[in-house]
Design a protein around this ligand. Structure first.
Ligand SMILES: C[S@@+](CC[C@H](N)C(=O)[O-])C[C@H]1O[C@@H](n2cnc3c(N)ncnc32)[C@H](O)[C@@H]1O
Length: 213
């Protein structure tokens, strides 16, 4: 594994106890009224889109983290297998899922699934591992299986390259991969790999989301 991917993994292990603050807009992620309103509105849109997708059957969640979305998959699915490289994040996930500590770049699904789900993960997959990651998704899916993904929307100021420096609450810095996708660009890229995805941005462009067409 590259140094960058190891550092990214370590960053999320160290960030585990403070990870949900970002999603719940707590502490240093607290925002003013209008920003807060836009965030909540886009989060509600994601939740509704996933509800309409209906993640039924056997569901595999990749890079599941602390379980923000695992907890939404569990009530609908027959079973959720939640994979993450870090025991620190899975310790905060839900025991209602089968929790598997594994690196997605080094893991073979033991069986096939009806749905593969990943949120805020694809943007952390470096370009050189992109096709390999989608090969894993293909391998994990039953022939009629479906994909659903959620990720960050494009930044207001376009960013060059695919690296970011992130800071933890205590000031420690880590370099990670962060590659933003526009819906049409991502749809075209995965179409070449055999996936037909219906992708769009949320109303305030904070998130990209969508699934098998
Ligand atoms: C941005 S978080 C997303 C977590 C969760 N999906 C969510 O939406 O809240 C990225 C997750 O990827 C995990 N991760 C990092 N590198 C990984 C790897 N190589 N294989 C599997 N998981 C990895 C981290 O531990 C972290 O939980």
């Amino acid at each position: 594994m590259s140094d960058l991917l190891s550092e990214q993994k370590r960053y999320y292990a160290e960030r585990a106890p403070e990870y949900d603050d970002w999603w719940l807009r707590r502490g240093r992620y607290t925002r003013d009224g209008e920003q807060e309103r836009r965030w909540l509105s886009d989060v509600a849109e994601l939740e509704e889109r996933l509800r309409r997708f209906v993640p039924r059957g056997d569901v595999l969640e990749l890079a599941a983290g602390t379980g923000i979305w695992t907890r939404r998959l569990v009530p609908v699915a027959d079973q959720v297998v939640a994979v993450d490289a870090n025991p620190e994040t899975l310790a905060l996930n839900t025991p209602a899922a089968e929790l598997v500590v594994a690196d997605v770049f080094d893991w073979q699904p033991p069986r096939r699934f009806d749905v593969v789900f990943f949120s805020f993960w694809l943007s952390h997959v470096p370009d050189e591992r992109f096709d390999e990651f989608w090969e894993l998704v293909r391998f994990a899916l039953r022939p009629d299986g479906r994909v659903f993904l959620i990720d960050s929307g494009p930044p207001e100021v376009p960013s060059d390259g695919e690296r970011q420096v992130r800071e933890l609450a205590d000031g420690r810095e880590f370099t990670i991969v962060k590659r933003f996708w526009r819906p049409e660009e991502l749809a075209a890229r995965v179409r070449r790999l055999g996936f037909e995805l219906d992708l769009e941005l949320t109303g305030n462009r904070l998130f990209i989301h969508g699934g098998s067409a």
